[in-house]
Design a protein around this ligand. Structure first.
Ligand SMILES: C[S@@+](CC[C@H](N)C(=O)[O-])C[C@H]1O[C@@H](n2cnc3c(N)ncnc32)[C@H](O)[C@@H]1O
Length: 206
């Protein structure tokens, strides 16, 4: 989807996503000492805002101006400072070695753009920095729920591990991958509660 399509989607209703942070971002960052954080494709800012309430200095990046405006309003409402930046993540890269934490949640782009995004995310990690990435897993098509229905842009562990390998090589840094697995989330909708499958990655720069 292009930025204008995301703008239109974000303009449709008050909050497209929840105001609550993603549960895996909470789980994977609670043990970290706050520093500087980057939320790549931050949308309406639910994760960026939650991190800011925990003491992180957060920059949220997205190419949807409407999403960034909503994130700004939500951050003001919660009473936290966010730096918000409008960029196309399939072309732009964050400053290298600048972040103690990078988060990416539910970004689904063609594989070349995903490789670029992860190379930028890994390059942005300061030594000891952590990348937490969560995406809709391809297995949702057969035994889960939610996310895009195009198998080519859904995440798999194999593809995600390749983005990381390529990203570390492109950034010329060493990383470890303490978590790379499928995880499940319960999703409630008018049809009841169902199970969504995510791909979860935790990457640490040496
Ligand atoms: C499914 S939403 C997830 C938003 C947020 N990460 C969350 O979990 O609430 C995907 C986001 O990616 C953004 N996005 C998609 N392609 C992008 C690109 N090429 N550059 C920057 N942002 C992009 C969209 O504008 C949208 O906000």
């Amino acid at each position: 989807m292009h930025a204008a399509e995301w703008d239109a989607r974000y303009a449709e209703r008050e909050l497209v996503w929840s105001a609550e942070p993603n549960l895996f971002i909470v789980e994977q960052t609670e043990d970290l000492n706050p520093g500087s954080a980057l939320d790549l494709a931050c949308g309406e800012g639910r994760n960026a805002i939650w991190l800011a309430t925990r003491g992180w200095r957060v920059t949220g990046v997205d190419f949807s101006a409407v999403a960034l405006d909503k994130a700004r309003v939500l951050a003001e409402h919660v009473g936290v400072d966010l730096t918000l930046q409008r960029e196309d993540l399939s072309a732009w890269s964050p400053p290298s070695a600048s972040a103690d934490l990078v988060v990416i949640t539910y970004v689904h782009l063609p594989s070349e753009s995903m490789a670029h995004l992860f190379a930028g995310a890994i390059g942005a990690l300061a030594p000891g920095g952590v990348l937490v990435a969560v995406g809709h897993d391809r297995d949702n098509l057969t035994r889960g729920v939610g996310g895009p229905q195009d198998p080519h842009i859904l995440w798999t562990l194999t593809a995600a591990q390749e983005w990381i390998r390529h990203g570390a090589e492109a950034a010329a840094v060493e990383v470890t991958l303490p978590r790379a697995e499928q995880v499940v989330r319960q999703v409630s909708d008018p049809d009841g509660t169902r199970t969504a499958i995510d791909t979860l990655l935790r990457v640490v720069r040496r």
